[in-house]
Design a binder for this molecule. Structure first.
Ligand code: HEM
Length: 457
């Protein structure tokens, strides 16, 4: 006998439309996960969506023999901008495999390591900028971290130095925000302002695609020895089918990368907050960084020796839920429309039911973590980390559709966090500030301001 999946009461006809804030969907889902626990559902205008918020159920629906990525809702909307690129390709599209096999070697650990010095240089530029600020200035760290992320992504993957850490914000940042926010809002049905919002998104899509096309043109006009992702997208062939990417697909994949990587600065901004709220973890991290790197330059081989900082980054990914979730559906079985059983039959969902994993619930599952809201890097180090169930390690998604940029992200997070720990003293403008997040495909701290100065030794 299965248990019915909990659902907030809602209103006639419109269902649960008022249970989800269209301007802050993920925060509403976090609140619902806190109230309803491991699984819940909402119905909006006749559509049912099921949300999974426990580690055990997340692990179960990450079984690729039974389930796959659901390309629906806002992800389909992103296809306006990037068509059948990696992130948005349907399971049946051949283009996913072709692009994946072409791109993956460029984002593998060995290749990422070759970009280490470039990431360090970009981070040094940010730290120089921050060291030069009046210590009484209040800044929103996310703004500059977003700039740093675009700077480092475009330099490492496409070989172009934008010099965008100072001066006016690079137009790519506004364009990514407009394009992705519209995708979420459209799907949640904020129809009143749809026309205006879609126009904004089209402008955003155009800006991103023009930027990508200029990168390609620039490389064609100035060929270089550099064998980076841009070169690969423009020249490589899929080893399996022999196919190359079309011009439009090259643009799609270029545009997808900064959108994907924009999750990393959100995590780092939350990480700064966690360090401020837990000064003892900062002391421990500084001790480790000083012991491993000392006064010399930060080198790539140091990264794997920074065990506590690695735990701190993982704990930041767990608690920030910077990528807030991902979508799953049962793999269709032709001719079989019987319900899908979850938790050994405790719950049933329809054979074609989309489900969303809400990491705000999964990553704070009290069945796995003692004091789940506490920031404890040590639970993410060595054997303690190894022993955690797979369901709570899904910050980069799952299986074949797992984040292809995860090694890039890991190096970026390790470099930036290490350099901030090593060189900057932060002070919260509001010492009582509690994490509140908003965002679309990534979530970021709202109204989190700091003052900063060079580290006092
Ligand atoms: C902290 C940083 C990051 C986090 C937490 C993160 C998280 C994720 C998650 C959860 C997915 C799966 C989405 C889904 O199933 O629908 C994903 C996919 C993806 N990410 Fe990331 N990501 C990060 C950084 C990056 C970076 C740096 C890049 C590019 C350089 C990137 C590019 C992508 C792409 C292209 C996909 C689609 C992969 C596919 O379906 O084949 N991400 N990411």
């Amino acid at each position: 006998m299965s248990t019915s999946i909990p659902q907030p009461p809602g209103v006639p006809l419109l269902g649960n439309i008022f249970d989800v804030d269209p301007n802050n969907t993920w925060w509403s889902l976090k609140t619902l996960a806190e109230k309803y626990g491991e699984i819940f559902q909402i119905k909006v205008l006749g559509h049912r969506i099921v949300f999974v918020a426990s580690a055990a159920l997340a692990e179960e629906i990450c079984d690729e023999k039974r389930f796959r990525k659901y390309v629906g809702g806002p992800i389909v909307e992103i296809r306006y901008a990037v068509h059948d690129a990696l992130f948005t390709a349907f399971d049946h599209e051949e283009s996913w495999g072709v692009s994946h096999r072409i791109i993956a070697p460029q984002l593998a650990p060995g290749t990422i390591a070759t970009h280490f010095d470039e990431v360090v240089r970009c981070t040094d530029e940010l730290i120089t900028k921050w060291h030069g600020l009046d210590p009484e200035n209040r800044i929103r760290p996310l703004d500059d971290l977003n700039r740093l992320n675009v700077e480092a992504t475009v330099l490492t993957l496409f070989g172009k130095k934008l010099n965008s850490l100072t001066g006016p914000e690079h137009p790519l940042l506004r364009a990514m925000e407009d394009s992705t926010s519209e995708a979420m809002k459209r799907r949640i049905g904020q129809s009143c302002s749809l026309a205006g919002v879609r126009w904004q998104a089209q402008e955003g899509d155009k800006t991103m695609r023009t930027f990508a096309a200029e990168l390609v043109k620039d490389r064609q006009e100035h060929p270089s020895e550099r064998r980076d992702l841009l070169w690969t997208l423009m020249n490589a062939k899929d080893p399996e089918t022999g196919k190359a990417l079309t011009e439009s697909q090259v643009i799609d994949e270029i545009v997808s990368m900064p959108i994907g990587s924009s999750t990393a600065p959100c995590a780092i901004a939350a990480g700064i907050l966690f360090l401020l709220q837990n000064p003892d973890t900062l002391v421990r991290a500084r001790d480790e960084v000083d012991a491993v790197i000392g006064d010399g330059p930060f080198r790539q081989e140091h990264v794997s020796q920074l065990h506590y900082v690695a735990g701190l980054v993982r704990e930041t990914l767990r608690l920030s839920c910077a990528a807030p979730g991902f979508n799953i559906e049962p793999i269709p079985k032709p001719g079989d429309e019987s319900p899908v059983l979850l938790a050994g039959g405790k719950y049933q969902v329809a054979h074609n039911q989309p489900m969303i994993i809400v990491l705000a619930g999964v990553n704070r599952d009290p069945a796995v973590f003692e004091e789940p809201l506490a920031f404890r890097p040590e639970r993410m180090v060595g054997e303690a980390f190894e022993q955690l169930p797979a369901g709570v390690k899904k910050w980069f998604g799952n299986g074949k559709r797992e984040c292809i940029g995860k090694h890039w992200a890991w190096e970026f997070l390790m470099v930036v966090m290490t350099k901030l720990i090593r060189g900057v003293d932060f002070e919260a403008v509001d010492p009582e500030y509690q994490l509140k997040q908003d965002g679309w495909f990534n979530i970021r701290p709202v109204e989190f301001y700091v003052k900063l100065k060079p580290r006092r030794r």
